[in-house]
Design a protein around this ligand. Structure first.
Ligand code: 5GP
Length: 192
């Protein structure tokens, strides 16, 4: 992996706190680059085009698939999501370290294409906890919530395939664990 940036993949079920942990990580390490995904999902209040996602129509998304523009893409909870290949390749070639926050299917695809990728699975103690967190978040309709919870049970099984798992039971502790882990990889290749 010499001369190349690190690629970290955060995955885990909806409600496990991937987004919150990622934001804390970026505060600590602002030189990391976040891979902004394309999605056909509708924009939620407060989300910013080009920062949270590139919001695209389904036809445009399909065209991008046909043009092989995605390093990975997947249908998640009824919408399409994808990581632009050029974003990742450019960033790693320039020696920047990058973070992808993507679902389990996408994580598998990236690992096949880029075996050096470090997969970090964010999990919680129980499905009840996920349900409570999704309820508190309040961004999903009851139907969407049910779909996310159903998918969560399947996604949890992926933890065993990942290089690392972080149990997000206490935000202070789990964010420290994530920061320490990312530092470990970055320092190793810096020879520190
Ligand atoms: P949300 O709609 O809550 O923003 O994201 C739903 C799920 O899609 C999350 O698990 C999120 O990590 C995943 N996701 C976001 N971007 C991508 C992407 O580019 N590719 C894949 N495969 N999943 C993504």
């Amino acid at each position: 992996m010499s001369g190349k940036g690190h690629l970290f993949i955060l995955s885990g079920p909806a409600g496990a706190g991937k987004g919150t942990l990622r934001k804390i990580l970026f505060k600590e390490m602002p030189d990391l680059v976040y891979s902004v995904s394309c999605t056909t999902r509708l924009r939620r209040p407060g989300e910013v085009e080009g920062k949270d996602y590139y919001f695209v129509g389904k036809n445009d998304f399909v065209n991008m698939i046909q043009e092989d523009a995605f390093l990975e893409w997947a249908e998640v909870h009824g919408n399409y999501y994808g990581t632009r290949r050029s974003d990742v390749e450019t960033c790693l070639d320039l020696n920047y370290d990058m973070v992808l926050e993507i679902d389990v299917q996408g994580s598998r695809m990236v690992k096949l294409a880029m075996p050096q990728a470090v997969r970090i699975f964010i999990t919680v103690h129980s499905m009840d906890e996920l349900e409570n967190r999704l309820e508190d978040r309040g961004t999903e309709t009851p139907d969407q919530m049910l779909l996310r919870l159903r998918n969560a049970a399947r996604e949890m099984l992926y933890a065993g395939e990942c290089e690392h798992t972080i149990l997000n039971d206490d935000l202070d502790r789990s964010s420290k664990e994530l920061i320490d882990l990312v530092w470990k990889y970055r320092n190793q290749s810096a020879g520190l």
